[in-house]
Write a protein that binds this ligand. Structure first.
Ligand code: ZN
Length: 189
């Protein structure tokens, strides 16, 4: 699953928080959709509502998909601006799953470094993480994020194509490989 949230605060237009995340996951999914063949597993894109006022969309998703959660392979959310992505954190039950090293090495070509063996993802997928869904965090450069989000400066002119394109490349790399390689990321015992 690729997630982002579609609401924003009133002051700006929400280009950075979270229009950038919406653009990143929509671009990643469109690139996969345009391939001659689909990867093995379904890639679900969720644009969550009402994140800013209390993660209502993320909680609603879990409440309304309880019976399906066991079939969710892995989830990631883009909700930290436009990037670039610098680190991959792994919040999974089985960190030795071999496909993770393939994913890490593909991402390293985009300058994405291996990070912590821990992630709960973006805010909208924390409820999923709490319900046992494996999570990856594609951590982004955020030095200018907190000057922009939730302010009147959160506007489209702040988007830098080179940065957001690298992020979309990182998300599509992760999504495609997690789908196509068929890894299983939950603890097996
Ligand atoms: Zn946000």
């Amino acid at each position: 699953m690729l997630g982002a949230h579609i609401d924003s605060w009133d002051l700006g237009t929400g280009a950075i928080d979270d229009g950038a995340g919406v653009g990143i996951v929509m671009t990643a999914s469109k690139l996969i959709l345009d391939l001659p063949e689909r990867p093995k597993r379904t890639i679900r894109v969720v644009l969550f509502g009402a994140e800013e006022i209390g993660i209502y969309g993320g909680n609603f998703y879990v409440e309304n998909n309880r019976n399906e959660l066991a079939r969710h392979i892995i989830a990631v959310e883009a909700d930290a601006g436009q990037g670039p992505v610098h680190t991959i954190d792994i919040g999974v039950g089985n960190p030795l799953e071999p496909t993770l090293s393939t994913i890490r090495s593909a991402l390293s070509k985009l300058g994405v470094q291996p990070g912590r063996a821990k992630s709960r993802g973006g805010p909208d997928i924390v409820p999923m993480s709490n319900a046992g869904v494996p999570i990856v965090g594609l951590d982004m450069f955020t030095d200018d994020y907190f000057d922009l989000h939730h302010t009147a400066n959160d506007t489209i002119d702040k988007i830098e194509p080179e940065r957001i394109n690298q992020s979309a490349a990182a998300y599509v790399t992760f999504a495609y490989l997690a789908s196509e390689l068929g890894g299983y990321y939950r603890a097996t015992d």
